[in-house]
Design a protein around this ligand. Structure first.
Ligand SMILES: Nc1ncnc2c1ncn2[C@@H]1O[C@H](COP(=O)(O)OP(=O)(O)OP(=O)(O)O)[C@@H](O)[C@H]1O
Ligand SMILES: [Mg+2]
Ligand SMILES: [Zn+2]
Length: 157
């Protein structure tokens, strides 16, 4: 028996999506964005939390989800909590496509303002809009009422 301890990797997938380089601790929020819950799991998912990023003393999370590709709105939401994430689309075990999520300077229609009195929460036909004023971690400021969104993942639309 080989008793040498080797790095344990998540199981390879044939087809699906790998979300890698997620900010450490954010994998469960990514799962929330993916909308995965006990009623709708129909493919394998591997989640790595606080795994080595390959660089000394740096940690990341990773999510590997079989038989699923992400729409652009989902990718844009992931950028709000994991701005360095990479998305790899796996086909027949190989990386068929790979790109980095992108956090634009303005975020429109992806999150709601946490100020109940904000114009965007008063039934007016106004899409919530934020300025990105910090990126590591992302900090969003409402363009209408200037409130800083303190818990992004709880306010995603
Ligand atoms: N068949 C597969 N099943 C599961 N994960 C895979 C598969 N092929 C690649 N990956 C994962 O997809 C991601 C992108 O693959 P790639 O080969 O570009 O990795 P990498 O060289 O480590 O890139 P990076 O510099 O982004 O870390 C990595 O997290 C890799 O582990
Ligand atoms: Mg890597
Ligand atoms: Zn507001």
């Amino acid at each position: 028996m080989n008793t040498q301890v080797k790095e344990v990797k998540l199981a390879p997938i044939r087809n699906g999506t790998v979300i890698d380089h997620i900010a450490s601790g954010q994998a469960l929020n990514v799962m929330k964005i993916l909308g995965v819950n006990e009623n709708n799991i129909d493919s394998s998912i591997s989640i790595g939390i606080h795994v080595s990023s390959g660089k000394a003393m740096e940690w990341k999370d990773v999510v590997k989800i079989e038989d699923r590709e992400l729409d652009s709105k989902t990718v844009d939401k992931i950028a709000l909590i994991a701005p360095d994430a990479t998305i790899s689309i796996i086909r027949d075990f190989y990386v068929a496509e790979k790109f980095q999520v992108k956090l634009d300077d303005r975020v429109i229609g992806l999150a709601r303002c946490s100020n109940p009195n904000c114009i965007t929460n008063r039934g007016e036909p106004v899409d919530p809009e934020f300025c990105v004023i910090g990126r590591h971690p992302p900090v969003l400021r409402c363009c209408y009422c200037d409130r800083i969104l303190t818990n992004i993942s709880d306010n995603l639309l």
